[in-house]
Write a protein that binds this ligand. Structure first.
Ligand code: PGA
Length: 265
């Protein structure tokens, strides 16, 4: 696990966006696993900028989103489909038939989850999986207690998560009780994982996930099993970590980060 701490949210977001952009420049046919949430909005804004200025091309890219609410149609403005259209898909040249999200309204959800796993496999697997982290320690909507080998399935949302997402559901509409999410096993199969967390409210769960024991009670801790996982944090999100000196030294001196240092990222 490579843990990178940048001074501010803006720095962490920029480095994340540049790692994604470099991935697309190296592999124009990359399969991206996408995350939603507030944390990634500015990352998508920077990717749109890279595209608009002609520095990246999405025409060969395939995407699979981590999750979608159960019972919410893709046309619903509260859906993660709507989020993706608004933040990224409508602003770049990605082919709509190569953009995949779990179907929260499938008549047979179990069957549709299996089909989602098959579609990921048929695309050759995920090259780069973007991840946020929830206050419960979830990645995707894998809430505490999720099996560490789980695959795409429906999952009940915890009260903490529903509270976190209540801001997006106005007019007395309730946050859905369930979601369809890639499993932790699905996420761990990606060639590379990139987790971004910013802000002090994430500091406690980040310390548990990165430096605590691997446990289903903190689903993001399963990323400690992944051989190619990069975690990008701002100082606020990193503020409760113990091994900070080591993480700072790694970014400052290791050759793999040289090109980013040279670009002042
Ligand atoms: P956030 O969500 O980026 O809105 O904090 C992250 C998550 O819940 O996974």
């Amino acid at each position: 696990m490579d843990i990178v701490i940048r001074p501010t949210q803006v720095d962490a977001v920029k480095l994340t966006a540049m790692i994604i952009a470099d991935t697309l420049r190296r592999n124009p046919a990359a399969v991206l696993g996408l995350a939603t949430g507030r944390t990634f909005q500015p990352v998508y804004a920077l990717l749109v900028e890279e595209f608009t200025e002609g520095r990246i091309d999405f025409s060969g890219v395939t995407t699979f989103n981590l999750d979608e609410y159960a019972g919410i149609a893709e046309t619903d403005p509260r859906s993660f489909s709507a989020y993706m259209r608004e933040q990224l898909f409508s602003k770049v040249n990605v082919s709509p038939d190569r953009c995949h999200l779990p179907d929260g309204t499938a008549a047979d959800l179990a069957e549709s989850c299996k089909a989602y796993e098959s579609a990921i496999a048929a695309a050759g697997g995920i090259d780069l999986q973007l991840l946020g982290i929830g206050l419960t320690g979830h990645v995707g909507f894998n809430e505490p207690g999720s099996a560490l080998h789980s695959r795409t399935r429906t999952k009940a949302l915890s009260e903490i998560t529903r509270e976190q997402y209540r801001q997006y559901f106005n007019n007395g509409q309730e946050v859905p009780a369930r979601a369809v999410t890639m499993g932790i096993g699905t996420i761990l199969d990606a060639q590379r994982c990139l987790l971004l967390a910013t802000g002090s409210e994430k500091s406690a769960v980040i310390a548990e996930a990165l430096e605590g024991p691997i446990t289903a009670s903190v689903p993001a801790s399963a990323l400690q099993f992944h051989e190619n996982c990069t975690v990008l944090l701002d100082e606020a999100a990193a503020s409760r970590l113990n091994n900070t000196e080591y993480y700072l030294t790694t970014f400052a001196h290791e050759p793999e980060w040289a090109e980013y240092r040279e670009r002042n990222l």
